[in-house]
Design a protein around this ligand. Structure first.
Ligand SMILES: *Cc1c(COP(=O)(O)O)cnc(C)c1O
Ligand SMILES: [Zn+2]
Length: 417
């Protein structure tokens, strides 16, 4: 049974029936899915949710399908882990990482949004799916379209990380590289959606796609024992994930599953592509688009579709946004790996680096319950890491002893220095 209640314009409030559309007919504002919350509140208890399978569909009443899902049976419910050692380094006593670097099937949080979008496309009887992507979305669409037996067209900038290109092509999807950045590719996609009638995950299915991101917020709350954290730090590309995690907290409050939502939403960007954090820091009302230049390609969107709303959410919750240089991003990746044994991609490195800055600035206090949204897997962006190759020696005990000796000497020298 579905609890959806049509689409509503986020700017002027005009209503439209559920359809593959993202833009308000009255004012061209973005559309958002509505739900009949009073009925959900009446019909569903959180204890019931707890008994359901550990995937995104355990929150089905708050997701925009009319029928049973066709995809995402194993997607979601990723680990929320206490990060004591990282917390010690950052100066946070109760720190958690929400690790979407291990989402099924393609190791980024985009699997959540795609599971919702493709299930919706199948409901709409649309049989070709497509997207513009900075990499992870393409991976998720490619894999899930293959599993659903749908042809997929993926439009990407031609300078993406090798692993992200291969991990789209392997599933038999049609991958097309374009000279230019994501924003150029995305502009083309809007035309494509109109002309070919495809299910464009990030264009005409955007209202449905975006709802999938709420599940990150639902899971954080449930995994904390139906408690909200004080602060969440979220990487921002288009800005959708941050706004939807917050929307998820709001919805759980409406249902009475939590008492209140006072979570401060903090955003993380790369300094080489920081339209949202720059607008916040400069006190601007509007986002000024930028031309991306950063190793954090997965979040390199210079003209963020939900930037305005992300800014609004950060401000209204009393949060903040910061950005991190490429060097700080790599340091963030290393720090998370060395302290928690979690290898994240550049977006995750950005989140760690920004969290560190927010603590240093006194914007997160040491006793506040803090969650870092780690959204992707480091194996996809190994180009970002400049690592000396390990030593190679003959397989003899003498050589090993010699090596260990020189290494420990080096270490002692380093300590003395
Ligand atoms: C897409 C992406 C984001 C940001 O998502 P938006 O909703 O566009 O802000 C963050 N992290 C990773 C790894 C991503 O792929
Ligand atoms: Zn409108």
């Amino acid at each position: 049974m579905s609890y959806t209640d049509g689409l509503r314009c986020r700017l002027c409030g005009t209503r439209q029936p559920i359809a593959p559309a993202a833009i308000c007919e009255a004012c061209f504002g973005p559309l958002e899915v509505q739900y009949r919350y009073e009925e959900i509140r009446r019909d569903v208890r959180r204890e019931e949710v707890e008994r359901r399978p550990r995937n995104i569909w355990r929150y089905a009443e708050l997701l925009p399908l009319e029928h049973a899902p066709s995809t995402g049976e194993h997607t979601g419910f990723t680990p929320l882990r206490r990060a004591r050692r990282l917390g010690e380094k950052l100066g946070l006593r109760e720190l958690y990482i929400k690790n979407d670097g291990v989402v099924f099937p393609t190791l980024s949080f985009k699997d959540r949004v795609v599971a919702v979008a493709l299930s919706k496309a199948i409901e709409f009887d649309m049989n070709t799916v497509a997207c513009a992507s900075t990499g992870n979305l393409a991976n998720a669409v490619a894999a899930q379209a293959a599993a659903a037996g749908l042809p997929a067209y993926l439009f990407i900038p031609d300078d993406l990380e090798h692993a992200k290109v291969i991990a789209s092509q392997i599933y038999g999807a049609r991958v097309i590289g374009f000279k230019g950045n994501y924003d150029d590719v995305n502009r083309l996609c809007t035309e494509v959606a109109d002309r070919f009638g495809w299910a464009m995950v990030n264009v005409n299915l955007r209202p449905f796609y975006a709802e999938g991101s709420k599940t990150v917020g639902f899971e954080i709350v449930e995994q904390l024992g139906w408690r909200t954290p004080d602060v969440v730090v979220v990487p921002m590309a288009g800005g959708s994930l941050l706004t939807k995690i917050h929307k998820g907290f709001e919805e759980l409050t409406k249902l009475g599953w939590i008492d209140r939502n006072e979570v401060r939403m903090c955003g993380a960007q790369a300094t080489g592509c920081n339209p949202i954090s720059a607008a916040l820091k400069n006190g601007l009302e509007r986002i000024k688009p930028v031309k991306p230049d950063t190793i954090a390609k997965s979040i390199a969107i210079g003209n963020p579709a939900d930037g305005f709303f992300a800014l609004q959410t950060i401000r209204s919750t009393g949060g903040w946004a910061e950005d991190a240089s490429d060097r700080e991003i790599v340091d963030g990746i290393r720090l998370l790996a060395e302290t928690e044994g979690v290898f994240t991609e550049t977006a995750g490195g950005t989140t760690v680096a920004v969290a560190r800055k927010l603590v240093e600035q006194g914007r997160i206090r040491s006793d506040e319950v803090t969650v870092l949204a780690i959204t992707g897997n480091g194996l996809k962006t190994i180009e970002a890491i400049d690592q000396e190759p390990p030593p190679s020696i003959p397989a003899r005990i003498r050589d090993l002893e010699k090596l260990l000796e020189t290494q420990s000497m080096k270490r002692q020298e380093a300590i003395i220095l």
